[in-house]
Design a protein around this ligand. Structure first.
Ligand SMILES: [Zn+2]
Length: 157
């Protein structure tokens, strides 16, 4: 189905996602965003149940592809409140864990947004496994700065 940026149905017979307000807010707040993926990946969502975001400082591939992950406070699904809680995070994040609910990723294409969702869940699995082996160590600050710079430059090209 196709919707306008104000949420009006342009074509199609199916109902829009119950998370329409969050999707529309992403497009309103970020001119570079052309795709939004929302899912309930089990391992990444589990992190929200203990009040944790998936920390991407220990995984180079996830840091480069996903960037830092915001832990967005709970908002009742399908309400405007569920979109309002994202507002402090749009400018600085492409991946969001929704407390007690799931995850949302954005990107310039559907492929980018989908890859971010897959990478977020894989990162959550790796961190969970690593914790069983011992304390998880972050990359050095200079390595993170370099990965963040590479991600930002890829975002603008
Ligand atoms: Zn959901």
């Amino acid at each position: 189905m196709e919707l306008g940026l104000d949420g009006t149905v342009r074509s199609g017979a199916r109902r829009p996602t119950s998370e329409l307000a969050v999707h529309l807010r992403a497009y309103q707040r970020r001119a570079d965003v052309r795709a939004v993926v929302h899912a309930h990946p089990p391992m990444a969502t589990a992190f929200t149940l203990v009040g944790e975001a998936v920390d991407t400082t220990s995984l180079a591939e996830v840091r480069y592809g996903v960037g830092p992950v915001a832990l967005v406070p709970y908002g009742t699904p399908s309400t405007d409140a569920a979109a309002d809680v994202f507002d402090p995070f749009w400018a600085s994040h492409d991946a969001f864990l929704m407390a007690h609910h799931g995850a949302l990723t954005v990107g310039p294409t559907l492929t980018h947004a989908h890859q971010r969702m897959e990478s977020l869940e894989n990162g959550a699995r790796i961190i969970w496994a690593a914790r069983a082996l011992g304390p998880v160590r972050s990359l050095p600050d200079d390595a993170l700065a370099e990965l963040d710079a590479l991600r930002r430059s890829a975002r603008t090209t």
